[in-house]
Design a protein around this ligand. Sequence first.
Ligand code: 6PG
Length: 243
Amino acid sequence: MREISSDYGRVVVGTKDELFAQAVALTEAQRLLSRPGRVLWALTGGSTPAAFYQWCVTTRALPEALVRETHFTVSDERHVLLDSAESNFGNAERALFAPLAVEDERRHPWMVAWPVAEAAEAYRKTMLILAGPGRGYDVCFLGMGDDCHTASLFPGTPLLHDDGGLLFGGQEVPGKGWRLTITPTGLLACGLVVVMALGAGKADALHRVMRGPSDPLIVPSQILKTCAGRVVWLVDEAAAARL
Ligand code: 6PG
């Protein structure tokens, strides 16, 4: 593995297996720094987490204490029921929590059966109890789309310029339906942010984020500059090709 420095956090470049192992090592290190038994780990959606879950289960890479002592959630969610293949939490349940027998009381989905505003409010209350006032996740996993979105912060989304100081919110994303998501304020409140971006399809987006003009409203992943000291990007050589 090699490292590249950037204004948006540490960039670690390696193979998929190296990066997945690094993701686990970073999370475990954060657990050891966190309140005993109370680590709050947000996973995310997309194809990269799906591969990561499968890898975790087949390699048994997650330390037993990490599985036992973690509260699991997702950093953004589609407004669909958990049994939908579109549900980020539902996919994590099926591919990771069930195979690892994570206790029910440590699984914290967004309240997708409720209208979005109520769902966001209920989730904020749950996270307040789990994390404490003004605190976000201990570990927040994110991905990045080809349009440089991260979590459900898409180009032009109002939450990027005004999230009302709230850590979590809900909004309609044109063409993508209703989404629930961590906000820029929420990202600032996390202990560690890990962004996984793999494959040649991410090379242009990564270049725009790290080497292009700064405009987080259009290039949402650039919002991570605000908390760069706590951000680690895990990218493969194909994604890093234009850095
Ligand atoms: C989602 C995500 C989204 C995702 C990126 C990257 O719900 O889809 O939160 O931000 O992480 O679109 O997805 P891939 O891993 O599929 O490239």
